[in-house]
Design a protein around this ligand. Structure first.
Ligand SMILES: [Zn+2]
Length: 311
């Protein structure tokens, strides 16, 4: 299942190829991937230019406008006549503002977004194409999904902000501090592994990286969030960020369906310390890793390195 590092890998791989590309046509092959009617989905995207490729949590976000993206790294300086409260308050300028829209791609279990039919491409074509975005330069961006749990939605800026507010903070953003995490944990009795999986509390963490972060922080996945003392909360904050960063460095974890945008597998699988390692020796102490099922999902734990806290 793609989590934050996999989404980030896809974003980094696709961004240089997609910025400035214009959508000529959209073909909906699987309408169950959409909440909207296919004809509405298509009409909201036709003719638009991809201005940004980003992610929010595990979701890929394509920001689309009507004009070419402005080159980045321009220092923001207020121009003469700049009026607070105008559309330019968002830090962008140009005639494309009112028409901006966001394509939100939730990859579900097995979704992939890939650029197909690029010259010299020797990869096999997508096996389960759901939506095809034909670009004006003859390239094709394909949303491919074997199991079809993914969802694609087009949101206007107000709807996008509203949706984004339903998600918790980005764990890798500089603004997400250990103190924020400790305060949020203290307000909940949920087992910490389930807490980490809740996208409303923190965005982008799924079962793989939640388990890995808890191992690194030395915490039993079943501990109620509010029982975690501040110093362990700080450890968890550090562990979470380092696990996610390392996984991004390894281009994510391929268990089954996930592929990097160039068709390769992420190499983080070998780096996993507990996830999927039931009955194998702990990489730190040699004790046997346990699998415990709760909240409908497997959790993995080293009984020595991740002791239960308190009574
Ligand atoms: Zn251990």
């Amino acid at each position: 299942v793609p989590e934050l590092p996999e989404a980030e890998t896809i974003v980094r791989g696709l961004r240089p190829f997609l910025l400035g590309a214009r959508i000529a046509r959209v073909e909906v092959l699987r309408s169950d991937l959409l909440d909207a009617r296919p004809e509405d989905f298509v009409s909201l995207l036709m003719g638009r230019v991809i201005q940004e490729v980003d992610r929010r949590g595990k979701n890929l976000i394509l920001t689309l406008g009507t004009v070419e993206p402005t080159p980045p790294a321009k220092p923001a300086s207020p121009r003469p006549g700049f009026k607070a409260g105008s559309a330019a308050v968002e830090g962008r300028s140009g005639p494309g503002i009112p028409d901006r829209t966001h394509l939100v791609v939730n990859l579900g279990m097995s979704g992939r977004l890939l650029l197909a039919q690029v010259e010299g491409d020797t990869r096999p074509p997508p096996s389960h194409p759901g939506i095809r975005f034909l670009l004006t330069d003859a390239r094709v961006l394909v949303y491919d999904d074997v199991r079809r749990f993914g969802r694609l939605r087009v949101l206007d800026p107000a709807q996008y902000r509203e949706w984004s507010r339903t998600l918790g903070p980005e764990p890798l953003s500089p603004g997400f501090t250990a103190r924020d995490l400790c305060e949020a944990l203290a307000a909940s009795t949920t087992p910490v592994r389930s807490w980490l999986l809740d996208q409303r509390r923190i965005a982008g963490v799924g079962n793989i990286y939640a388990n890995e972060a808890l191992f690194r922080a030395g915490l039993d996945p079943r501990i109620p969030a509010r029982r975690i003392p501040p110093e362990a909360g700080r450890r968890l904050h550090r562990a979470l960020r380092s696990v996610l960063r390392e996984a991004i460095g390894n281009q994510g974890t391929t268990l089954r369906d996930y592929r990097t945008p160039d068709g390769g597998e992420g190499s983080h699988l070998q780096a996993l310390r507990v996830y999927g390692r039931e009955a194998l020796p702990c990489r730190s102490c040699g004790a046997r890793v346990e699998r415990i099922v709760f909240g409908g999902r497997s959790a993995f734990r080293c009984p020595t390195c991740q002791p239960w806290i308190g009574s």
